[in-house]
Design a protein around this ligand. Sequence first.
Ligand code: NAD
Length: 531
Amino acid sequence: MAETIQVISPLDERVLKTYPITEREEITQKMATARLAASIWSGYSVEKRVGLLSQLKAIILSDCDAITEVIMSVTGKVKTEVLLGEIYPVLELLRYYEKNAARILAPCRLATSPLAFPTASAQFERRPFGVVAIISPWNFPFQLTLSPLLTAIFSGNATIFKTSEFSIPVGELILQLFNRIPLPEGLVQQVIGLGETGGQLIDGRPDLVFFTGGVITGRAIMANAAQHPIPVILELGGKDAMLVFDDANLERACNAAMYGAFSSSGQVCVATERLYVQETCYPKFVKMLQDAVNKLIVGHGPEGDLGALTSLDQYTIVEAHYHDAIAKGAKASSSLQLNGRYLKPVVLWDVTHDMRVMREETFGALLPVMVFNSEEEAFRLANDSEFGLNASVWSADIEKAERVARQLQVGNWAVNDVIKNIGHAALPFGGVKNSGFGRYHGAEGLRNFTCTVSGLTSRSQLNEEPNWFPYSDQRYKEMHGFIDFIFGDGTLWQRTTRNWLELQVFRGYAQSNARQHWENFMIKLFRRRDY
Ligand code: NAD
């Protein structure tokens, strides 16, 4: 009998369902079905794919409350958090691809140099990889499975996904949503299991692996994918900095810090995990944070801000970071209080970079606060981290804030806002340093799920080209002249006259050139700017 996984709701510890773990042979079968689906799906025009996938928007909207219930029961989040953090970004991405996928994925014809490629036309197209494996974490199981999944299928791939073992019902829900659209059979499939099953999925040799999760798992996935070898996109953890200058709207910044650090109980990859405040407003701002954190409501009542912890394992890390900080001299807004799975959020101040809470990902409701003096010190402290996912800069002086943001070693930043930038569907999202590599969202994200195939077509009638054999000293002289004519100093007239003799070898081209010149001119005239 197959091994099973029991999924328990963090809301009330009830067993939601028991699932059989997908066995290796089943993964092989799923891969074969996915390959077949990919070959059918990639044959559809982008417009046809968009037409079919657009139906998902209406399905999600009509089932919004039911979807919210499932995600709440699996993650322990409060319902507004589910709506804004899980459902809204998916709808936004759907709308963006609906409007833009055909343009972003369109094949492109390019102008060619009239001298180097006089009778040639150049083009490239974006072909789907084939089958994309998506491995997702437990903190945003709907968004972080569906966003890469949609990106993969909009660009013509089939997908097999594995949610976290804590979030399997959300994967089941995703399958049910897709079952309501007439897609090729096996275009979207799920495998169920722990890390080992994720490894087997990669051993099944998909054509691309998109992984969201912790850095240690990310390394294991990359090492596994390297055996085959399969390209990977890694969206890993973060230790996001928030820099507050004294000219910022402090009330807004304080409320943002509460949201940035404590939404989804801090179990957010782009959570505010380090807060740096300018010395001139530090005491006042710390006081504001203390008042604000005490007003937050933990629980699932009509006014709850923070829900339950999805995984109690995470609490062990939160606890360790808290006690380490206190032992090294940090001050806290309260003691650490866990009631069942409900954790009271804590602000820690007077922290230093020697504390674990400032160096390691906490992924929980702790907000450590530290002082800075100058603009230079602000970004130096923010960059003193092995992570580089997201960050925010707060100031009334937008020019200064953007100047600081541009110095940050991160994949994404926001000025005078927090977390929200990940929800902008046109902005490519991803990390640097230990936060991973590769981007999704936006045009770049969609294209990253395709491989670019380029082509060059010659219409030359010549029996031999000047760059072909036979080589000789004379040919060397001619080519030297050709290079000087194209790249050398001086006006066109000067370059032509000094290389006139050498250029005679190209005369044979002249007859076949006229048509190509015209075509190149037209391509240049209408060429799209984004290529
Ligand atoms: P995790 O790394 O433990 O697990 C993620 C997924 O990988 C799960 O589905 C898990 O079953 C699978 N997995 C585990 N070992 C595997 C292996 N050897 N081979 C293949 N698959 C394997 O992460 P988590 O605890 O579920 O999520 C929390 C982490 O995710 C945090 O570090 C957080 O910062 C990160 N995260 C990053 C982003 C981002 O966009 N950068 C977003 C959300 C979460």
